[in-house]
Design a protein around this ligand. Sequence first.
Ligand code: SF4
Ligand code: SF4
Ligand code: SF4
Length: 264
Amino acid sequence: MEWKKEAEEAVARVPFFVRKRVKKRVEEEAARSGAREVTLQHVRTCQERFLNRMEEEVKGYQVETCFGPSGCPNRAVITDGLPGTIETAVSRRNLRSFLKERVKGPLKIHHEFRVSVSDCPNACSRPQIVDIGLIGASVPEITEEACSECGACVEACKEKAVSIQDVRPCIDESKCLFCGQCARVCPTGTLKEGKRGYRILVGGKLGRHPRLAREWPGIHSSDEMLQIVERCLDLYQERSLHGERFGEILERSGKDPWEVPGRE
Ligand code: SF4
Ligand code: SF4
Ligand code: SF4
């Protein structure tokens, strides 16, 4: 649906963590009234309704994605079905009822458990500041194929992690973010994609005491990643006292979740 400029500007001022939701509601409101274009009035009506009925809007969790599925060329992994799979896993936890039992006073959007998926290390969906952040990873692998020293891989790597030494590519693993670009541009197959999976960030949050998420070591396959998501949700639900964010729970325990033994 088309948007009037002033309507777009008004929505751009809505806090980012509810912007997507407000935008969807505004478009529904405009469609309901038979409009072909979203106006400022549609935005105002929805904002008012959203603020008055904030508690009803809280479903207990949010799963967000970057714009990768819209065709972003930078994607290190194709995660089209993944948000739905994660949403199914998280929704099974009945987090709204869970939070209702623990939070004193009305539920607010910031109480929700948030998962954010980014398809490459550019991390446009801000996985560093949510409870669980997933970042697509494509690990480059050096093969036996001869290198033509074209330099395309060196040029493609924004991290300056690739160099050519003795007519062979060399990757500095301490710098590599697993974006997969070097393997993508290699014309000879000397560099190719090796493992493909996810980096997992846990316990990020904003608010009064912001905390950047910590990275679960390793690159994980889809199955491993889903097991880790379940393990984090177990920990969150076992240890939450008053609906605090996962990062706060981890800080209180003094341990990272990969240091806590999982269930057998
Ligand atoms: S995180 Fe990467 S794949 Fe996703 S929108 Fe940003 S640049 Fe594109
Ligand atoms: S995957 Fe390749 S291009 Fe991307 S950061 Fe690693 S070495 Fe650089
Ligand atoms: S892109 Fe491939 S062929 Fe070109 S320098 Fe790099 S490894 Fe060698």
